[in-house]
Design a protein around this ligand. Structure first.
Ligand SMILES: NC(=O)c1ccc[n+]([C@@H]2O[C@H](COP(=O)([O-])OP(=O)(O)OC[C@H]3O[C@@H](n4cnc5c(N)ncnc54)[C@H](OP(=O)(O)O)[C@@H]3O)[C@@H](O)[C@H]2O)c1
Length: 304
């Protein structure tokens, strides 16, 4: 049985915006955090976080790929496409009792872990972005939910001793439904804002109403086909709530498109249309948006 202190050891794979935010939050909660580097790196790295007008710095130990030390608890906070390759790169350091927690948006990754491990999943409405000068800016405080998809269980000891100490971080017995709800909302807001280069709030305008209605209908139909009726029935309301509460925001997909980076579309709308229960549905607007975003094309015609 690991000691309480050992339950607070976390290795972080993907110290970008969200990884930096949680490295700071976990360290502030008394956890020992180690950053996993992709190549030969310095022995320690100082990460700077701007949050609520304050600048905080923490210096974390770094662990290079050749380090053979076992990893008891792993947080994966890369973009969706990097989750599987990143885990693969350190799989020799995982053990049968290691805990793997994936905090990336979308679905369709981390389903085939080594040693028969099952990934815990987290989803957060915290926001952070990487400043070109190298530091991370916390854009907003939200809620983080963590659980084991498909398994209703009491929070494990590691949750109680680390993540459970963070403000607004909850154990979620139905995290799979939570992930589907987030996926469905992202399937509507992310590709529309990215394809039409608009902020979230603009989707509520009359210009985008036909597109919003059509896309909500398609995504709801897909969710129903996948057995996610509760997600489907509240989707339009949920989408409008997020559009209003984040009206000034640029979605992460729009930021990726504007920054010339690959988007997470394959793990959001791509996951939805490729789901085995959904393949009989046409979902033409989803397909059109996926094509446009994959090609980096900006759409102008706002009729579905
Ligand atoms: N940012 C937010 O506000 C926010 C909010 C909610 C959810 N999310 C989700 O959280 C995930 C991460 O987003 P993010 O904004 O933090 O992205 P990000 O800033 O691009 O960070 C991803 C990090 O992963 C690193 N990485 C990629 N492959 C790796 C590997 N094999 N080994 C080690 N590190 C690796 C990247 O390194 P390089 O920089 O060297 O490429 C980068 O530092 C995404 O799924 C996103 O949708 C983000």
């Amino acid at each position: 049985m690991p000691s309480d202190a050992a339950l607070r050891d976390w290795h972080i794979l993907g110290a970008g915006a969200i990884g930096t935010l949680f490295a700071h939050r976990l360290a502030n909660a008394g956890c020992r955090v180690v950053l996993l580097s992709r190549g030969d790196a310095e022995a320690r790295r100082t990460l700077t976080l701007d949050s609520g007008g304050l600048t905080r710095q923490h210096t974390f130990p770094m662990s290079p790929p050749g380090d053979p030390t076992p990893i008891p608890r792993l947080l994966v906070s890369t973009k969706a496409a990097a989750v599987d390759p990143a885990i693969h790169s350190i799989c020799h350091r995982l053990q049968a009792h290691s805990t793997v927690l994936v905090l990336a948006n979308g679905m369709g990754f981390a389903s085939d872990l080594p040693l028969g491990l099952t990934a815990f999943r987290g989803t957060t409405t915290d926001g952070a972005w990487r400043h070109p000068a190298g530091h991370t800016v916390q854009a907003g405080s939200g809620t983080t939910r963590i659980g084991l998809p498909g398994v209703a269980m009491a929070p494990p000891d590691w949750f109680r001793d680390s993540w459970g100490r963070l403000r607004d971080c909850q154990w979620d017995n139905a995290v799979e439904t939570t992930l589907w709800r987030k996926l469905a909302i992202n399937c509507v807001i992310n590709p529309l804002t990215a394809a039409y280069r608009c902020r979230n709030g603009e989707l509520a305008s009359a210009t985008y109403r036909p597109l919003l209605t059509t896309l909500c209908s398609e995504v709801s139909a897909a969710c129903r086909a996948a057995g996610r009726d509760s997600v489907a029935s509240s989707l339009r309301e949920d989408v409008l709530a997020v559009i209003h509460s984040t009206a000034q925001n640029r979605s992460s997909m729009l930021q990726d498109v504007l920054g010339g980076r690959p988007t997470e579309i394959d793990f959001i709308n791509g996951y939805l249309i490729g789901h085995p229960a959904v393949t009989g549905l046409e979902l033409p607007l989803n397909r059109r948006l996926i094509r446009a975003i994959t090609a980096g094309q900006q759409l102008e015609d706002t009729w579905p």
